[in-house]
Design a protein around this ligand. Sequence first.
Ligand code: AKG
Length: 335
Amino acid sequence: MRSRSAISSSTHSSPKTASLSNSGTSTNAIVQRVSGASLTAAEFFQHYQKPGIPVIITGLLDAEPDWNLDYLCQQLGDQPFPVRQYGRDRYQQDKRQWTSSGSGVPAITLSFSEYADRLRNGTVRDQDLYLARCSLQQTPLSQLPNLTQAENQLGLRLPATALNLWVGLGGHTSCLHYDPMDGTLVQLHGAKKILLFPPSQLYNLYPFPVIKHLYHGLKLRAVYSQVYPERPDLEAFPKFQHAIPYAQEITLYPKEILFLPSGWWHEVTALGEEMVCSINRFWHVLPLSRAFSSWSKWRAHLGGVLAAPHIFGNVMGAISSGNRQGELSKLIQRL
Ligand SMILES: O=C(O)CCC(=O)C(=O)O
């Protein structure tokens, strides 16, 4: 059994956001903050991975440097990355009018140094740019020994992706969605506020219909919620009220790892005014029984199947374009 000292309730978390705090009942358990020093792989599996419970793990990355802007420029300066252009008015729109979300948002390719210039000169804030989910494979930061050691200690295996980089300015929000894979989100500079809902709240959060993939391919995904949780339109989305008691808000601080199981809804907001940096990795869901029994996961994959004609068309378009390699790598980022 895990020693009691390994687990303490999140000391930094407040259970609800202001607009979510009037819900009265509390159906939610607070996400635990656990010291990695006394957490074994068997305990991690038993208490978090097997049941699919989120947890924040502390103390395993103390030796990792601060990933500030100078460090990132030094390591990644010339590397090209697709940078999403959200635009300032996107989050004023009714989401039902959206034709893209997440990795489907239009992107420009910039070297990291060019992006750093835009972070410094205000363009990133003005245009709500976000360097999001960019693979670190083929970069000097592809292998992180401290992180590998932490992942091994937790017994994490079967990675579904390489490490991905997320760099933006305080104030940017990644809208409410869930992932069909398990994820580990690692905070490396600045802090993030994360609003969570359990998989049981799937339909109270009004995901985009899976059928949308037929029209938009992977540009608009059925794993996104149509509700703005901080200012819900309860006339349009009345069942959202039932989800409110299940909301949990946590803050992820530097060198902490959030284990975010498949199907858990999350809205992630970078805090403060400065640059905020995280990395994440997606993992195949283990044990397989949790993967097979997750309807959230199945419906996300169904969306992928319905998007197949679009993906085929996009691949053909990329192959016949003048910039075959560039267009194909943009497509791969979207997958
Ligand atoms: O950090 C972010 O902006 C989003 C991260 C995320 O969605 C994830 O790790 O699954």
